[in-house]
Design a protein around this ligand. Structure first.
Ligand SMILES: *[C@@H]1O[C@H](CO)[C@@H](O)[C@H](O)[C@H]1NC(C)=O
Ligand SMILES: *[C@@H]1O[C@H](CO)[C@@H](O)[C@H](O)[C@H]1NC(C)=O
Ligand SMILES: *[C@@H]1O[C@H](CO)[C@@H](O)[C@H](O)[C@H]1NC(C)=O
Ligand SMILES: *[C@@H]1O[C@H](CO)[C@@H](O)[C@H](O)[C@H]1NC(C)=O
Ligand SMILES: *[C@@H]1O[C@H](CO)[C@@H](O)[C@H](O)[C@H]1NC(C)=O
Ligand SMILES: *[C@@H]1O[C@H](CO)[C@@H](O)[C@H](O)[C@H]1NC(C)=O
Ligand SMILES: *[C@@H]1O[C@H](CO)[C@@H](O)[C@H](O)[C@H]1NC(C)=O
Ligand SMILES: *[C@@H]1O[C@H](CO)[C@@H](O)[C@H](O)[C@H]1NC(C)=O
Ligand SMILES: [Zn+2]
Length: 489
């Protein structure tokens, strides 16, 4: 017989082995999005965990996102590799000319083009034990091509951040259906950024919390011995710029109420003239634009080709674009609502957060960093396009991409050269089979000792291990999170 202390250690070792072998035999990828996390927040904020990932892995100074630089179009271009005119999510809202209604977030918004497959759908389509999860990712909880993925949680504002991470880890460690791809979304700093502007102390505090949740995610991966098996891509959809009331422009003063519909939000307002009013509205807005000098007016034929925004029936007949640092009627209306909701006094100095400008505007740039076994270490790559990310995800997952609008060059710069079989499928398979056999042989012994071990092992809990690594860091998320609906994503 073993003496008890040795057998307990041995059992603990076994538990570790089997927890390691539970994960997918395929490469594993977590994509984490922090909504509106601007590329240069690193310059002004103290973000040690994110800084560490940035330094140890691969990063780009920024990405070029898609037009308009809004949340839903960009998250779907990240997920699909195609431009908004192709996937059909041309704004956070849009006017549907067929049903004559303004459409908001919903399955209809995302199911415009049946040939477009988001990465989570495409991953599962490859079969062979590939399972996807989406945690609050915009559009992630809808079915595509008539099918749902294995794991998905829809948007719930204020959902405890730590619990999001814990759930993601659980999906990856699921013994029956281990996820090999998870898309994880955080609605900050966007939600509070709209109300307080990106320069506020409230945003500073949220950025620190996002840094801490980054630390927590990587600590959890380490705790489960997953750091050298799981690839993590951290990014955002867009940045944000500050706008104050003196820079709000009333554009509806130039056009006649009742002759048009509108959709979208500052700085890009979609105008849909009623039949017969197209020319009057366009010329009135053009005249207003000349008078005011801080917004531009385009009709559909004038949309810039590089926006890839035109070739879709959802794309509006007229688009009004405020210049950088300016906003339009919707913010004139919502500014006092923010003041009321968050109990502050609205003044000319109040700052609000705005995004949606051309992707060439620096403040709109998202950030990008990645770390993991398939990612180059200590590498900086040139800025690349949001639509290139799909090819990168496919390369990490070792699946061939669907047709898309991205280049595969950035992926080749981010990916580490394949090691000589270190993480090959064969090796991992053998490890898994070996682990399962050993576990089976010793299962009867294990049962006996587990009962005895439970009490002793209780001290080595996840929480204890984490507290040791990151003392008093992650305790107060629930209290700190305001349970708020985002005004505008
Ligand atoms: C997908 O999931 C949704 C929500 O859980 C459900 O209503 C729908 O029936 C599912 N669709 C399919 C094809 O399973
Ligand atoms: C984030 O973590 C650091 C150290 O780990 C801690 O000093 C700081 O107070 C934390 N910030 C928040 C907002 O929890
Ligand atoms: C993690 O896994 C490696 C092998 O993949 C093993 O050598 C190491 O002991 C494990 N560490 C822990 C803490 O389980
Ligand atoms: C606020 O700004 C507007 C526009 O610049 C100006 O007309 C107004 O006088 C300002 N109000 C105050 C209280 O300063
Ligand atoms: C814009 O100006 C028009 C005409 O003066 C006015 O009726 C309308 O209420 C203004 N819109 C906003 C959002 O203030
Ligand atoms: C504009 O017209 C609609 C009806 O067409 C009306 O409900 C609304 O109050 C009007 N708004 C303004 C600012 O006059
Ligand atoms: C709003 O703020 C004022 C002063 O800043 C404070 O006196 C008041 O209690 C606050 N109201 C609420 C509902 O928080
Ligand atoms: C983008 O990709 C779609 C799907 O492959 C294709 O139909 C479209 O022509 C592409 N657009 C551009 C500008 O390359
Ligand atoms: Zn937003």
């Amino acid at each position: 017989m073993f003496s008890q202390p040795i057998s307990l250690k041995f059992l603990y070792f076994l538990v570790l082995i089997s927890s390691v072998t539970c994960i997918s035999k395929h490469p594993v990828l977590i994509v984490v999005s922090f909504d509106a996390f601007r590329y240069n927040f690193f310059e002004t904020e103290n973000l040690p965990y994110m800084q560490l990932i940035k330094t140890k892995g691969t990063h780009a100074e920024y990405l070029y996102n898609v037009f308009p630089t809004k949340t839903f179009p960009n998250h779907h271009s990240i997920a699909t590799g195609v431009f908004p005119e192709v996937h059909g999510v041309i704004g956070n809202s849009y006017y549907d000319p067929e049903i004559k209604k303004v459409m908001k977030m919903g399955p209809g918004m995302y199911n415009y083009n049946d040939r477009v497959k988001p990465i989570w759908r495409w991953n599962e389509d490859q079969g062979n034990g590939r399972y996807s999860g989406t945690f609050m990712w915009p559009g992630g909880d809808y079915s595509y091509q008539g099918k749902n993925i294995t794991y998905s949680v829809g948007f719930q504002a204020g959902y405890d951040w730590k619990k999001r991470v814990d759930q993601v880890i659980k999906w990856i460690l699921d013994p029956d259906k281990p996820a090999n791809l998870v898309m994880l979304y955080f609605e900050e700093p966007d939600t509070h950024g709209h109300a307080f502007g990106p320069n506020s102390v409230i945003i500073k505090d949220l950025l620190e919390k996002l840094d801490n949740i980054t630390g927590y995610l990587h600590a959890q991966l380490e705790h489960h011995n997953l750091s050298d098996k799981v690839n993590v891509v951290q990014l955002s959809d867009h940045g944000m710029t500050a706008v104050s009331p003196p820079f709000f422009i009333n554009i509806t003063q130039y056009i006649t109420n009742g002759t048009y519909e509108w959709a979208g939000a500052s700085p890009a307002i979609q105008i849909i003239p009623h039949e017969g009013h197209e020319d009057i509205i366009y010329s009135a807005l053009k005249k207003g634009s000349k008078e005011n000098g801080h917004f531009k007016v385009y009709k559909k034929s004038e949309y810039l080709d590089r926006w890839h925004y035109k070739n879709n029936p959802r794309s509006p007949p007229i688009l009004v674009m405020a210049d950088e640092g300016y906003a339009l009627d919707d913010l004139i209306i919502s500014a006092p609502q923010y003041a009321k909701k968050y109990n502050f006094t609205l003044t000319n100095q109040s700052e609000f957060g705005v995004h949606g400008y051309d992707y060439t505007v620096k403040d709109m740039h998202p950030y990008f960093m990645a770390i993991g076994p398939k990612i180059k270490k200590e590498t900086k790559v040139d800025p690349f396009n949001t639509v290139d990310l799909f090819n990168l995800f496919c390369a990490i997952l070792e699946i061939s991409p669907t047709k898309n609008n991205g280049s595969s060059t950035p992926a080749s710069h981010v990916l580490a050269a394949a090691g000589p079989g270190k993480y090959s499928v064969g090796t991992i398979l053998m490890m898994s089979i070996g682990g399962v056999l050993v576990a089976l042989l010793l299962v009867s012994l294990a049962v006996v000792f587990t009962l005895m071990a439970i009490k002793r092992q209780q001290n080595i809990t996840t929480a204890a291990a984490l507290n040791k690594r990151f003392p008093q860091t992650f305790q107060n998320y629930i209290e700190a999170q305001h349970l708020l609906e985002p005004e505008e994503a």
